[in-house]
Ligand binder design. Structure first.
Ligand SMILES: Cc1cc2nc3c(=O)[nH]c(=O)nc-3n(C[C@H](O)[C@H](O)[C@H](O)COP(=O)(O)OP(=O)(O)OC[C@H]3O[C@@H](n4cnc5c(N)ncnc54)[C@H](O)[C@@H]3O)c2cc1C
Length: 433
C-alpha cells in the first residue's frame, strides 16, 4: 500500500511513525515548510529554545504520549510543574490554585463549605458519576447546579486554563467533554509536566523512525496543492512532482483541507466542518538574561484571563546558563464584529494587561530581555471544542480519505488530540492491509 500523508506536524509524524513499522506500507510524508513539527516547531535564538506551541503535557501517565513511548520505543524525560507554586490572582489576592487536595485546603478562593462542595464534585468526576456529562454544556450545568458563584467561577476558570479559552467559550464546552477530560486529569499522578528539551525531542525521534524504515521518504518544502482521482489512485500534485497513491491522510487543520479540496468532487463533504472556529491566543514569550524573580511556576490572572508560565523553572534545558524563559498567554474572544480597528484596540488592551502582569510579578523584566516573541494570533487548537463546532471524524462518510490533527476526533485536547488521532488513523489503515 502506498500512502501519502499531507502535513508534518505532530499528527502526521505520529501516523507516519506507526505506519513505518508495517512492511506492507510505504509512503511519503509531505510538509510544505522547510522543517517538521508544524505548530510544535522549536527553534533556537540567542541560546534560548523557543517553542511555537508550548510543550506542557496534561496528565502524562494517562496521556497518549505515554502509550506512544511504549509502542514506538520513544525516549524522553519529563518534569512535573511544582504544584505548590501554581497560583491564581483574583482581585488583589494571590492564592494557591486548587489543583489537588493540599492546594484546595490552602486556597482562599473558596470558603470551607464551598471546599466541601468542590471536593464532592471532584469525587463525582473521578467516580465518573458527575451529572455534568448529561448536560449539553458547562453553562447549562452551572445554571442548574445551585452552586455558589465562587464555585461556578472556579469551574469556568479551570476550563479556561486547560482549553485556552475565554469564560464565554468555557460555558459552551459540552458536558461530556468536561466529564471525560477532568476524569482523566483528576486521576492522573502527573497532572502537568514538560517534555524536557521541548517538542523537538519527540519530533526528532518520530522523524528518525520514519526515515530509518527505508520505505518512507520525507518531502520538506513540498506543499501539496492539488489532488485528483485517476485510474484507481489519488494523484497528488506539488511544485516538484505528480505522484499516485493508494491512500491519502490529511494531517493538517481543517481550514487548510477545505482550501485544498475546493473545486474537487469532495468539497461538499467538508461543508459541515467549514464553519468551525479555532482556538486562538496571544503569546508573549520573553527570554531574560538572568532570573528576574521566581515567585511561581505559573500565575493565572483570573481578573483578565491570562497567565504566565515560568517555563525554565521546570525545564531548565531551554535557557542559557542563568537565564529565564517566561511565556505569557492571553485567551482571545472570537473576532469582534466592530471591524479591524476594534480588533486592533482589543489586542492592544490584551497586550497592556499582559505587560502589567509581568510588571507586577517580574519587576524590571524589560531591562533583562534578551529575546522576545509576540504573536497576536496563534492557533492553539484548529477546532475549538465547544458547542456549535464539529470535530472532524477520522473517516468522513462517502469520502475516501483519512483525517488526523488537533481538530479531529481523538482522545484529549491540544497536542494529545493530534497524537491520538494520528495513531488511530494508522490503526485504521493497517486494518485495511
Ligand atoms: C501558543 C501555543 C501553545 C500551546 N501549548 C500547548 C501545550 O502546552 N500542550 C499541548 O498539548 N499543546 C499545546 N499547543 C497545541 C499544539 O501545539 C497543537 O495541538 C499541535 O502542535 C497540532 O499538531 P497538528 O499536527 O494537529 O497540526 P499542525 O502542527 O498545524 O501540523 C500541520 C502541518 O501541515 C502542514 N501543511 C499544511 N498544509 C499543507 C499542504 N498543503 N501540504 C503539505 N503540508 C501542509 C503545515 O505546514 C503543518 O506543519 C499549543 C499551541 C500553541 C500555538
Amino acid at each position: 500500500m502506498n500512502v501519502a500523508i499531507i502535513g508534518g506536524g505532530l499528527a502526521g509524524l505520529t501516523a507516519a511513525a506507526y505506519l513505518s513499522e508495517q512492511p506492507g506500507v510505504r509512503g511519503v510524508l509531505f510538509e510544505r515548510s522547510p522543517q517538521l513539527g508544524g505548530r510544535a516547531f522549536t527553534y533556537e535564538k540567542a541560546g534560548f529554545t523557543l517553542n511555537y506551541g508550548a510543550h506542557a503535557i496534561y496528565g502524562l501517565d494517562r496521556h497518549t504520549l505515554s502509550v506512544m513511548e511504549r509502542e514506538l520505543n520513544l525516549e524522553f524525560s519529563s518534569k512535573q510543574v511544582d504544584k505548590r507554586k501554581v497560583m491564581y490572582e483574583k482581585g488583589e489576592q494571590l492564592t494557591p490554585a486548587p489543583l489537588d487536595f493540599v492546594n484546595l485546603v490552602k486556597t482562599d478562593l473558596l470558603t470551607a463549605m464551598q471546599k466541601v462542595r468542590f471536593v464532592g464534585e471532584i469525587t463525582a468526576i473521578i467516580a465518573n458519576i458527575h451529572q455534568i456529562k448529561h448536560y449539553a454544556t458547562l453553562g447549562d450545568y452551572l445554571a442548574e447546579s445551585g452552586a455558589d458563584e465562587d464555585v461556578k467561577e472556579l469551574w469556568e476558570h479551570l476550563v479556561c486554563s486547560n482549553f485556552f479559552i475565554t469564560p464565554e467559550d468555557a460555558r459552551r464546552v459540552p458536558g461530556p467533554v468536561i466529564s471525560d477530560y477532568y476524569h482523566n486529569l483528576f486521576l492522573s499522578h502527573r497532572p502537568v509536566n514538560y517534555v524536557l528539551g521541548s517538542w523537538a525531542v519527540i519530533t526528532n525521534q518520530l522523524r528518525d523512525k520514519v526515515a530509518a524504515s527505508g520505505r518512507w521518504s520525507i518531502a520538506l518544502q513540498e506543499g501539496v496543492d492539488g489532488i485528483r482521482y485517476e485510474q484507481g489512485s489519488y494523484m497528488l500534485k506539488t511544485k516538484a512532482r505528480e505522484e499516485a497513491f493508494d491512500r491519502v491522510v490529511f494531517a493538517m487543520p481543517v481550514q487548510q483541507i477545505v482550501k485544498l479540496l475546493r473545486g474537487t468532487p469532495w468539497e461538499p463533504f467538508l461543508a459541515p466542518y467549514e464553519q468551525n472556529t479555532a482556538t486562538e491566543v496571544m503569546v508573549y514569550d520573553i527570554g531574560l538574561k538572568h532570573v528576574v524573580a521566581r515567585p511561581f511556576s505559573y500565575i493565572s490572572d483570573m481578573n483578565h484571563k491570562l497567565f504566565i508560565s515560568d517555563v525554565s523553572a521546570t525545564d531548565h534545558t531551554l535557557v542559557p546558563e542563568g537565564g529565564q524563559l517566561l511565556q505569557g498567554i492571553a485567551y482571545l474572544s472570537d473576532e469582534s464584529s466592530g471591524g479591524d480597528e476594534d480588533r486592533k484596540a482589543y489586542l492592544e488592551e490584551r497586550t497592556q494587561q499582559m505587560e502589567s502582569l509581568f510588571d507586577r510579578h517580574y519587576p524590571n523584566w524589560r531591562d533583562a530581555v534578551a529575546v522576545k516573541r509576540v504573536s497576536k494570533k496563534a492557533m492553539v487548537q484548529s477546532v475549538k471544542n465547544i458547542a456549535g463546532n464539529r470535530l472532524v471524524p477520522n473517516r468522513i462518510e462517502s469520502m475516501p480519505f483519512y483525517f488526523c490533527g488537533d481538530g479531529c476526533e481523538g482522545k484529549g485536547e491540544l497536542a494529545e488530540r493530534a497524537f491520538s488521532s494520528g495513531r488511530r488513523v494508522a490503526e485504521l489503515l493497517v486494518a485495511k492491509l
